[in-house]
Structure formats: C-alpha cells, structure tokens
Design a protein around this ligand. Structure first.
Ligand SMILES: [Zn+2]
Ligand SMILES: [Zn+2]
Length: 146
C-alpha cells in the first residue's frame, strides 16, 4: 500500500482508505476497465463513491478516460511521470470478445493541428480481432449470428 500512497501524494491527492482501494483496483487491472468492472472488483464502496474518486483522479491527471466507441468510457491509470502526459498510447478494442487492450509500445501519433486549436485529450482506438480470438479462428462476423 505504501507505493500506492506515494502515487496519490505525487499527484497532490490526500490518501484515504477509499482512494487507495480504487487506485489498487485500477493498478491491478493492467487494462482499461469500465465502471461496471470496477464496481465488481470493489465491494466496499458504492457506485457514486467510486465515481467521485475517479473524477478526483482525473482532475489530478492520474487517470486516462478512454472511449471505446461501443461500451462507453473506460478508465486506466496514467503512468506519466512528469507534468507532461507521456503515457498516451494506442488502445485496441477486440470486436469479438469486447476487451480493450493497452498497446503501451505504440505511442499516440502526434497530430499537427491548425493554428488556434489546442488539444486536451487524444483518443486513439484501433478496432479488430485480438490474438486470442484470432487463434480460435473467430471473426468479427460470428457474434452477429446469435
Ligand atoms: Zn478478442
Ligand atoms: Zn492504456
């Protein structure tokens, strides 16, 4: 838990029992999770408590919010170390098993914006079939049949 406390303090967040629990759940996932998945893994905090904590983490740049384009928003910890978010990576959404993966080796390509436009967040989601599903011979068409 000490490591988790340090992460909160580094982001200017006062460590509380609930915040540490939410942080621990996110840290153990290693992939972006939905609100429903977080609720499943945290029994002792209600949905609004989890949501408030996520909002706080987001305000302190400890969280990435990722829109997977079909199931809504997913959350993951931001592993950037400095003031600049250097942990913006590409995500991959499998259209067969509906899991979203972090492709940490693939940084989000920088986009040259026209004059006057300032980027706040970037969502870079690739969709297709993950290696597990491809190995089982599944295609994106199979799940439409039933
Ligand atoms: Zn898959
Ligand atoms: Zn990620």
């Amino acid at each position: 838990m000490e490591e988790l406390e340090r992460i909160l303090q580094e982001h200017g967040i006062k460590p509380t029992a609930n915040r540490l629990l939410v942080l621990k759940a996110l840290a153990e996932c290693h992939r972006p999770v939905t609100m429903a998945e977080l609720e499943d893994s945290i029994d002792s905090i209600d949905k609004s408590g989890i949501f408030r904590t996520l909002t706080l983490f987001n305000e302190h740049h400890l969280l990435h919010q990722i829109d997977d384009g079909c199931e809504g928003v997913r959350y993951e910890l931001c592993h950037a170390t400095g003031d600049v978010d250097d942990d913006r990576h590409v995500h991959f959404h499998c259209e067969v098993c509906h899991r979203t993966f972090c492709l940490e080796e693939n940084p989000v390509p920088s986009v040259q914006l026209p004059d006057g436009f300032q980027a706040e967040t970037v969502n870079f989601m690739v969709k297709g079939i993950c290696p597990d599903c491809a190995a089982k011979g599944k295609t994106t068409h199979t799940h439409h049949h039933h």
